[in-house]
Design a protein around this ligand. Structure first.
Ligand SMILES: C[S@@+](CC[C@H](N)C(=O)[O-])C[C@H]1O[C@@H](n2cnc3c(N)ncnc32)[C@H](O)[C@@H]1O
Ligand code: SF4
Length: 392
């Protein structure tokens, strides 16, 4: 099996999942647990083992373009663990000269930010979530607004790139309150924002609260107003909405996520981490290997010892097409047709419903030109329906 060369596929990303948090937020369905104790030295050792396995899967010679420490709360990792993982990665694969190394952090961990920078992190993604103490309390956060502002101030002086996460369309949040909060956020010297509408995910405390009538979210029309206002305020502030929930100054898009959304290769290590590896000359068009590591932290840790911590499978061409279309249409730039052809060996228009495409284009929801297929601003509001029709 041969690796594709000469395309952006020759760079790949490394995702490292830290599965622990101090406390479980009531809206969160990420793979995160609240442990009674963490043996940091042993987790460090096991991450290195998992990385060594991954090195055997990703052939030498390919460049590492980005590393992303996600979670959970990776700012609870010992900085020495982050440093050690990066040191092992750099001896295993050549790093791109402008490698992006992101770490997700909670504002309460601002005292270790300098150590993360020294460890090699050059982009911080700070989970601010709200600039309003009562909202932070409702979201079950352990920090308040003044701690978030202090963490932003420290981070801005330490990291070349800073991103802030905020959650909006929260229960009881008036539109005007979000306007004030977001306008304030725009003054906070960050170069990237992830602005998420609150979603209620099965299995979370908020999901149960809604089922019992104790929590009400804005209706569909009001949600659309929240989204529209978010687009306007970010545009006025000079940011580009490059993905449904992500906004950046030009050149400050999250490189790791962009590459993933465009179908780039990723090595994933840690509980629940996923990976993708694109190969040439495989049977029946199944040229994408999908890796998935065991979700439960202690099971994952035990299984790494014997190399049984992940499942490896081929994605069928149909599965790969579906994920590329779903991820690509979330991007404002849409699906790059040449890249799509490179990845699946078929033209885009030969694998999606042409009838649906024509009708959606006529209604002003999508645009297809020589370079790409993309969703218009009107289409963005009905993205799920567009995907349903195109993939039918
Ligand atoms: C893995 S979490 C971030 C890491 C860090 N532990 C934190 O909480 O700041 C990634 C981001 O997803 C967003 N998020 C998680 N669950 C969400 C939900 N149900 N609705 C909207 N945004 C959500 C939050 O903004 C969060 O910062
Ligand atoms: S939102 Fe962040 S801190 Fe809260 S439970 Fe999820 S991963 Fe942990």
């Amino acid at each position: 099996m041969t690796i594709m060369h000469g395309t952006r596929q020759s760079c790949f990303g490394l995702y490292v999942h830290w599965p622990f948090c101090v406390h479980k937020c009531p809206y969160c369905d990420f793979n995160s647990r609240v442990p009674t104790a963490v043996d940091h030295a042993d987790w460090r050792r096991v991450f290195l083992l998992a990385l060594d396995y991954a090195v055997t899967e990703m052939p030498k010679g390919r460049h590492l373009g980005s590393v992303f420490f996600g979670g959970g709360t990776p700012s609870l990792m010992e900085p020495a663990t982050v440093a050690t993982v990066l040191e092992r990665a750099v001896v295993s694969w050549p790093f791109a000269a402008d490698v992006e190394v992101t770490l997700e952090a909670n504002p309460s961990d601002s005292d270790r930010l300098t150590d993360f920078r020294v460890a090699g992190v050059n982009r911080l993604s700070l989970g601010v979530q709200a600039l309003d103490d009562s909202a932070l309390c409702l979201l079950g956060r352990l920090h308040d607004t003044s701690q978030a502002l202090a963490a932003i101030d420290i981070a801005r002086h330490i990291f070349p790139k800073l991103s802030l996460d905020l959650i909006y369309a929260r229960p009881g949040q008036p539109l005007e309150a979000w306007q004030r909060e977001l306008e304030w956020a725009m003054t906070l010297a960050a170069d990237h924002f992830s602005l998420y509408q609150l979603t209620l995910e099965p299995g979370t405390a908020f999901f149960a609260d809604r089922a019992s009538g104790g929590l009400v979210l804005p209706d569909e029309d009001t949600s659309a107003d929240f989204y529209q206002m978010t687009q306007e305020i970010t545009t006025t502030a000079g940011l580009t909405a490059y993905e449904v929930s992500n906004y950046a100054r030009q050149g400050d898009e999250c490189r790791h996520n962009m590459a993933t959304w465009q179908g780039g290769d990723t090595v994933g290590i840690g509980p629940g981490a996923h990976g993708r590896l694109t190969l040439n000359d495989c049977p029946k068009g199944m040229n994408t290997i999908a890796t998935r590591q065991h979700r439960t932290p202690e099971v994952w840790r035990a299984r790494v010892e014997s190399g049984t911590h992940q499942t490896v499978s081929y994605l069928s061409r149909a599965e790969r097409i579906e994920e590329l279309v779903m991820m690509g249409l979330r991007l404002t730039a849409g699906i790059d047709r040449a890249l799509f052809h490179n990845l699946v060996g078929r033209s885009l228009e030969s694998v999606i419903s042409v009838q649906a495409l024509e009708s959606l284009a006529e209604s002003g929801f999508v645009v297809l030109d020589a370079a790409s297929l993309r969703v218009t601003p009107a289409g963005r509001l009905v993205l799920d329906e567009i995907l349903r029709q195109l993939l039918a």
